[in-house]
Design a protein around this ligand. Structure first.
Ligand code: F6R
Length: 614
């Protein structure tokens, strides 16, 4: 959700550095992009444009000015439509300052009114312009001490922000600050970077500082100073990022999404590494070790997430309740945070988030902690806000997920949740030792089975060719595979723009069946489970309405294969682990449908990777 990159140092190609960074950050937003540089004459030069990064870069390349300091931004619009004027960087009224901003200023309309009364004219529709003019107004009064002005302004701002600012009156200094939205400082001798995440920094350095909420950083090529809003000096903790450059490149695939789908055998394996030990016939969830007792005695488990992460939570709800008999509730972060949730000290709340920065999930963690319940994270992005503020947690270790549609994070979330469920169940003596060991073997074998499904991608591509011109698709499944239907529908709608809904199979006759017409695609997840026969009966109902059934099966059941129009056969797996296999063909189906429609799967319209605004 908006990507920020900024640079100050002794290299005079700041423009090039910023655009390289913006290309890496483009997955965070691609409505518009731009950079602002301070040139040798101490003037601010801005190159920005509606649309993808390439377009703004084209403008810059015509001039190619040399500069040692600048800020850049790739936008996901919140206030003001995505057009050239609303693109960042945004200049203050005097044109002395330029700002890039990720987040939402909640009290912007009051501040705008005050500023208008003082004679400020606004050139954009953004809350960001209000923020920079507010800083400018305070700066006029505080005898031009910019650091103090920034501090005073930010204390009066409500909402979330990560910002980077340059000031032509003090042209060697770069300023940054955050509250709610992430901001990382990269350090490489006399060269410093500010960015929304580590991905554009890793090319230059592995040394980073994760700024905390309400911290302000002032940087020149000589010096870095961090203060908080109480004006206390902060001693920063420099951390090493473990990201490798290859991990954020496409590695020969046409898109990050396909690369990430295809690497799932590896990413799932990485999630199990050091946790499953087949030789010792055991599994260890070290990340949450200190809270295992608490989990075993929990009166209830709550799982909070958004989008795909929420779907992973739903799978876990079925799985945990079946195998641990602890009641589980699954909540959207956006609902949980606003309904004054009833939480007790013996509740354990899991927060699932790929990015670790989703605003609604992050806020839910804060509420949970305030109310004295235990907060555990299941997060992919190492060092992210949710990972840092939860009591303990398990990293997915799936590697960076850049494709906007979440794929490998989902399967890694599932494997972690399955491992936690199996471990707890064994400790509760619900799964006995023999079955426990059998389940460990099955979990360990999942990457191989995923590989077998990926090998069928041409068959799935052919099915995509049949449905890509349709307007609407339904997905249905039962039990742990109902959330797989939801996730399959989400994947299809977000990257192919085909209307898609997921339902529990039996729920169709309570309304959605009215949508079925001759040829409407209905994707049915019908792998072996306790409800298998019932799902087959639901297929009959759908076929009776002449809809087109595409079934995910796990055996060559002749009767079902003959009944449906198309089938995709996945390997058989027992014990409710099937969601992790069944989602793979649905990811591929969505991918190929979008490709047939000629769409950019990595940049679906209106979306951004990390939703850091509520
Ligand atoms: C869908 C997708 C989103 C995210 C959601 C939560 O493909 O990616 O629905 O799952 O925005 O994001 P995280 O997991 O980063 O909290």
């Amino acid at each position: 959700m908006c990507g920020i990159i900024a640079y100050v140092g002794n290299k005079s190609n700041a423009g090039k550095i910023l655009f390289e960074g913006l290309h890496t950050l483009e997955y965070r937003g691609y409505d518009s992009s731009g950079i602002a540089l301070i040139n040798e004459k101490n003037n601010i030069k801005i190159y920005k444009k509606k649309g993808i990064v390439k377009l703004a870069k084209k403008k810059f390349l015509k001039e190619k000015i040399s500069s040692k300091i600048g800020i850049g931004h790739t936008r996901w619009a919140t206030h003001g439509e995505p057009n050239n004027k609303n693109s960042h960087p945004i200049l203050s009224y005097s044109k002395n300052f330029a700002i890039v901003h990720n987040g939402i200023i909640e009290n912007y309309s009051i501040l705008k009114k005050i500023l208008e009364e003082k004679g400020y004219k606004f050139r954009t529709d953004t809350d960001t312009e209000v923020l920079i003019n507010f800083i400018e107004e305070i700066n006029k009064k505080s005898k031009f001490d910019f650091e103090n002005s920034l501090n005073t302004a930010l204390r009066q701002i409500r909402g979330a922000f990560a910002i980077a600012i340059i000031n032509k009156k003090i042209p060697n200094y770069l300023y940054g600050a955050r509250r709610g939205s992430p901001l990382v400082v990269g350090i490489s001798e006399n060269n410093f970077f500010l960015a929304s995440d580590a991905s554009p920094i890793v090319k230059h350095t592995n040394d980073v500082i994760y700024l905390k909420d309400n911290e302000i950083v002032k940087i020149s090529s000589e010096n870095l100073k961090i203060t908080n809003l109480k004006k206390e000096k902060i001693n920063p903790e420099v951390k090493k990022i473990e990201l490798k450059i290859e991990e954020i490149e496409k590695g020969g695939y046409d898109s990050f999404m396909l690369k990430e789908i295809m690497e799932q055998p590896k990413s799932i394996k990485r999630s199990m590494l050091g946790r499953i030990n087949v030789n010792k016939k055991n599994l260890f969830i070290n990340g949450i070790n200190d809270y295992v007792k608490k989990l075993l005695n929990a009166k209830r488990i709550i799982i909070v997430g958004c989008g795909t992460s929420w779907h992973a939570g739903l799978v876990a709800e079925y799985f945990f309740e079946k195998y641990t008999r602890i009641p589980v509730e699954v909540e959207y972060g956006s609902e949980f945070r606003y309904r004054n949730p009833i939480l007790n000290s013996d509740d354990v709340v899991f927060f699932i988030s790929q990015s670790g920065e989703t605003a609604d999930t992050l806020e839910s963690v804060k509420i949970t902690k305030k109310k004295g319940a235990t907060a555990l994270g299941i997060v992919n992005n190492v060092g992210s806000s949710i990972a840092r503020i939860t009591d303990e947690g398990c990293y997915l270790h799936a590697g960076p997920e850049i494709g906007v549609a979440s794929t490998k994070a989902f399967t890694s979330q599932l494997i972690i949740l399955f491992m936690i469920g199996v471990r707890l169940s064994n400790r509760l003596n619900i799964i006995k030792q023999k079955k426990y060991v059998e389940m460990i073997y099955q979990l360990n074998n999942i990457p191989k089975l995923v590989e077998e499904i990926l090998e069928q991608r041409n068959k799935i591509k052919n099915i995509a060719k049949i449905i890509y011109k349709k307007n609407s698709c339904l997905f249905m499944g039962r039990g742990t595979n109902f959330p797989v239907g939801l996730e399959g529908a989400l994947k299809l709608k977000e990257i192919s723009y085909i209307h898609a809904e997921g339902y529990p199979a039996a729920e169709l006759k309570h309304g959605p069946i009215a949508l079925l017409e001759k040829g409407t695609p209905v994707i049915v997840i019908c792998t072996r489970s306790d409800e298998y026969e019932k799902t087959i009966a639901n297929i009959e109902e759908v076929k009776a309405r002449k809809a087109m059934v595409i079934a995910i099966l796990d055996s060559k059941n002749k009767h079902v294969s003959e009944m449906v129009d198309y089938s995709i056969v996945v390997p058989q797996i027992k014990n409710d682990f099937s969601p992790i296999l069944n989602i793979i063909p649905l990811q591929l189906l969505a991918y190929y449908v979008a490709k047939y429609k000629g769409l950019d799967v990595d940049k679906p319209r209106n979306l951004a990777k990390s939703v850091t605004v509520e």
